[in-house]
Design a protein around this ligand. Sequence first.
Ligand code: SAM
Ligand code: SF4
Length: 332
Amino acid sequence: MSAPSLYDNHGRKINYLRLAVTDRCNLRCFYCMPENICYSAKENLLTFSEMYRIVRVMSEMGIEKLRITGGEPFLRKGIMEFMHRVNALEGIRQIHITTNGTLISDKIPKLVKLGIQSVNFSLDSLDRERFFEITKRDEFEKVKDALYQFIESDITTKVNMVVMSGRNEQDIIPMALLTKDRPISVRYIEEMPFNGEGNRYMKTDYFNFEKIIETLKTAFPDLRKIPDPPASTSLNYAIPGHAGTVGVIPAFSRTFCGTCNRIRVTAEGTLKTCLYDNGVLNIRDALRNNISDNELKNSFLTTFNQRAKDGFEAEQQREGLPVTESMSTIGG
Ligand code: SAM
Ligand code: SF4
């Protein structure tokens, strides 16, 4: 039996869950988490059986697409078994992963076998030293090898690069050149204020959508807008003669909210119906207080019916609380 369709109070279909399976990470991308980040106590993180129940219940309500993210999802022991379990759920039609690529090369054949739909591979520089300056760890060679393995596999590969003024704008063009002979998509992401330290590092000269396109046009003047898939967060472009495409994710400008089909569950089990909200439901505590499936569904429906219309409204509704969380707890 197919699941019903799920809509929010603005008529937007919700069918996509991004699940952060851990807040831990082996890199320290400065825009995401400080070196001395204080991780959640283990008992505050969702267990795999709690995550499974959330995915099962949501899949019965209309969630069809699942993204496994983190922290670094492949740091969590048992992740492959968990992915097998959720893959067997009737309503889950697609599983996608987001990874920093450090721990994954030996798992790629298994991920292919599992039928993983796509990987969002985070890589902010093609230069070993700049990679180190951004991530604070010397893992570039390993990550590069994993990326090439993915490109050669049957898994659709998207490379995500956060663009930061004064840090890696010189990588914009080399990254686009990756698409020359490879059918991959390179997406440039605007930096957002989720670095675990509030807005401390947010600059006024941040590298926005327009600047990214301007930079691309210096090398590819014939850059051509192409249609975006439904509910896409990226604005996509073709470079004549290239096998792949490039895109920009205006995550800070927030121009994609009108078609947003996604919800998030953080590693601690907080439901977010917008990236910029402060969390709308503590699912973990509800589960630990023995909520029934029906009650859980009703709680979810209530939150979906009170969804902010866009990221600006969600931010206003934080009641003066600034964004202070790290993206590693939210999952991007
Ligand atoms: N560790 C995995 C990885 O890096 O792909 C998964 C989690 S990471 C939080 C998910 C995505 O969020 C990555 O593509 C990362 O670049 C992005 N991200 C993290 N902090 C960000 C920020 N402050 N602004 C924009 N994107 C950010
Ligand atoms: Fe880790 Fe991903 Fe955050 Fe980088 S962006 S610190 S790899 S969770």
